[in-house]
Write a protein that binds this ligand. Structure first.
Ligand SMILES: Cc1cc2nc3c(=O)[nH]c(=O)nc-3n(C[C@H](O)[C@H](O)[C@H](O)COP(=O)(O)OP(=O)(O)OC[C@H]3O[C@@H](n4cnc5c(N)ncnc54)[C@H](O)[C@@H]3O)c2cc1C
Length: 441
C-alpha cells in the first residue's frame, strides 16, 4: 500500500490524463489486475495472493502509456505493466501494490512494412497476425496464448509457433521498440538493434514497452496435420523427423495418449492413441505422411486455412499441461525440459516423477517440452530436477517470478532506466541463483 497522499495525487493525475473511464480503484478491477496464470503452479498457488494493485490505469495509446509511467514516477509509486495476464508464474503480480498499467486498450496496429509490423504494446498476437496476413505476410512467431499481447509476449514469453525456424523471441524477432523508462518526465524512447534486445524477457523491469516493431516473413499456405500412433515412443521419434523437414514446419507437437485424451474432443485425436499435430507447408505433406505411415502410424486429418493452424497453436507448449491439470485438478506440477534425451531416453525421463507424462514440441535445435507429474512438494521437485540433469535433460524450473534471463545485463540496464526501482518491483533479484531460461535450448 502506498501513502494516501502520493496515491491520491497519482490518481488525480491519471484521471486528468485518461479520463474517468481510464482509471479504476474498484476492488474487483484491482483484484483482476493483480493475478496472472500463476494458479498453474502448485508451488506459487500456495503463496497467493502475492500483491494487490492500488489503482489500475487503462491507457489507449503508446503516448498515454508513457504518461502513466511519468505520473507514477512523479509520485514515487511503483508501476507494474500488464498485458492479458496469461504469464503463468506471477510475473505480472504487483507485489508492492501501486499502479498497474493495463495496456490492452493501447492496441493499434500502426504500420505494416515489407518484413516488419509496428504495433502498440496491447495489440494481441492474433490481431497482428490477421492484419499482416492481408499484406501476404505472417509473424515470425507467436505463443500458444495467441490472445496475449505483443508487449506481454516480448516481456514475459519466449517462443511458440514459428520457433522451429526462428528460435526464441530474443533471437532477432524484435526490430525496434518505443520504451518508457522510470525517470523524471518519462517519455517514449526509440531503441533498435542490440539496444532493443536488452528489454526482451525482462518483465518490464528495465522499461515498459509502449510500441514495438517485430519481424514478418512471406505468408505460407499452412496445413494442419493430425496423426496418431500406438505408442508414444514412435510419435516422439516421428516428431523429431518431421521437425527437420524442408520446408520447415511452423509447429510440431506430440503427446502421450493420457495427455491427448485431456485435450478438447476431436475426431483427429482418437482415444488411447498418442497424438502428433503439425502445421506444415504443402511441399512437406508427402514427406510427413510417409514418415508417419512408415512408422506404423495413421494420418487422421488434414485441415487448411488460418483457423486450422491457430487451433493447433493453442494446443501447443503449455496448453496440453493446462488441459491435463483441468482433467485432474490439484494433481500435476510441470517443468520445462529440452534435449534429445526427451526422445532417446523417454521412459527414464518420465520415470523421474510419479505419474510422469511428457508433452513435446519440435524446437529450434532440439526437442523441447513440458514434463508433468504428481506434485509432492518443493523438495521432491528439486530432486526431480537433479535426476533430469543426470539424464542429460536441460531443465528450467518455472515456478518462480524472478527475471531469469540475462539477469546481470538487465540489472545493469535498470540501474539507469529505473534508478528508484519502481518498475515491477520484486522481479529483478540480484541474488537470484536458480536455473536460467536458456537451460532448455
Ligand atoms: C496455458 C499457457 C500457455 C502458454 N504458452 C506459451 C507459449 O507458447 N510461449 C510463450 O512464450 N509463453 C507462453 N505462456 C506464457 C504467457 O502466456 C506468454 O508469455 C504471453 O505471451 C504473455 O502475454 P500477456 O499479454 O498475457 O502478458 P502478461 O502475462 O500480462 O505479462 C507478462 C510479463 O510481461 C510484463 N509486461 C506485460 N506487458 C508489458 C509491456 N508492455 N512492457 C513491459 N513489460 C510488460 C508483465 O509485467 C509480466 O511480467 C503460456 C502461458 C499459459 C498459462
Amino acid at each position: 500500500m502506498q501513502t494516501t497522499t502520493a496515491l491520491d495525487a497519482l490518481i488525480a493525475d491519471l484521471r486528468a490524463l485518461l479520463g474517468d473511464d481510464g482509471v479504476s480503484t474498484d476492488a474487483r478491477v484491482r483484484e483482476r489486475a493483480s493475478v496472472d496464470g500463476a494458479k498453474m503452479s502448485p508451488v506459487i498457488l500456495e503463496l497467493l495472493p502475492l500483491g494487490l494493485a492500488d489503482v489500475v490505469a487503462f491507457p489507449t495509446t503508446a503516448e498515454q502509456i508513457a504518461g502513466c509511467v511519468a505520473a507514477a514516477v512523479a509520485h514515487g509509486v511503483p508501476v507494474t505493466p500488464r498485458g492479458k495476464g496469461t504469464g503463468n508464474y506471477g510475473q505480472a503480480i504487483p507485489m508492492p501494490g501501486g499502479l498497474v498499467v493495463d495496456t490492452t486498450r493501447a492496441r493499434a496496429i500502426v504500420e505494416i512494412g515489407d518484413g516488419w509490423v509496428t504495433a502498440e504494446a496491447g495489440a494481441t498476437m492474433v490481431a497482428i497476425e490477421a492484419a499482416v496476413r492481408e499484406t501476404g505476410q505472417e509473424l515470425w512467431m507467436y505463443p500458444s496464448t495467441a490472445q496475449s499481447t505483443i508487449g506481454g509476449f516480448l516481456s514475459g514469453g519466449s517462443g511458440g509457433t514459428g520457433t522451429i525456424v526462428h528460435g526464441a523471441n530474443h533471437q532477432g524477432f524484435v526490430v525496434a521498440l518505443d520504451v518508457v523508462h522510470a525517470v523524471a518526465d518519462a517519455s517514449l524512447l526509440h531503441v533498435d538493434g542490440e539496444n532493443a534486445q536488452a528489454y526482451v524477457h525482462s518483465y518490464g523491469t528495465a522499461g515498459i514497452l509502449a510500441r514495438v516493431t517485430v519481424r514478418l516473413e512471406p505468408l505460407q499456405d499452412w496445413h494442419g496435420f493430425y496423426a496418431s500412433f500406438d505408442d508414444q515412443h514412435t510419435a516422439f521419434r516421428v516428431l523429431r523427423e518431421i521437425g527437420r523437414l524442408t520446408p520447415a514446419p511452423r509447429l510440431v507437437s506430440a503427446d502421450p495418449a493420457a495427455i491427448a485424451e485431456a485435450l478438447p474432443a476431436d475426431d483427429a485425436l482418437p482415444d488411447g492413441r498418442s497424438s502428433l499435430r503439425a502445421i506444415l507447408d504443402p511441399a512437406a505433406l508427402d514427406a510427413a505422411t510417409a514418415l508417419v505411415v512408415d512408422a506404423g502410424g495413421t494420418v487422421e486429418d488434414l485441415r487448411d486455412g488460418p483457423q486450422a493452424s491457430l487451433k493447433l497453436s493453442v494446443l501447443s507448449y503449455n496448453h496440453p499441461i493446462e488441459w491435463l491439470q483441468k482433467s485432474d485438478p490439484g494433481t500435476y506440477v510441470h517443468l520445462e525440459v529440452g534435449g534429445d534425451a526427451l526422445v532417446d531416453r523417454l521412459d527414464e525421463v518420465q520415470a523421474v516423477i510419479p505419474g510422469g507424462l511428457l508433452h513435446i514440441e519440435a524446437g529450434h535445435t532440439v526437442p523441447i517440452g513440458m514434463l508433468a507429474g504428481v506434485y509432492e512438494g518443493p523438495e521432491r521437485l528439486a530432486s526431480v530436477i537433479a535426476a533430469l540433469g543426470e539424464l542429460g535433460v536441460g531443465v528450467h524450473n518455472p515456478h518462480q517470478w524472478n527475471v531469469d534471463f540475462e539477469v546481470e545485463r538487465t540489472i545493469a540496464l535498470a540501474a539507469t532506466t529505473d534508478p528508484s526501482g519502481l518498475l515491477n518491483p520484486g522481479k529483478l533479484n540480484p541474488d537470484y541463483a536458480g536455473p536460467r531460461k536458456g537451460a532448455i535450448r
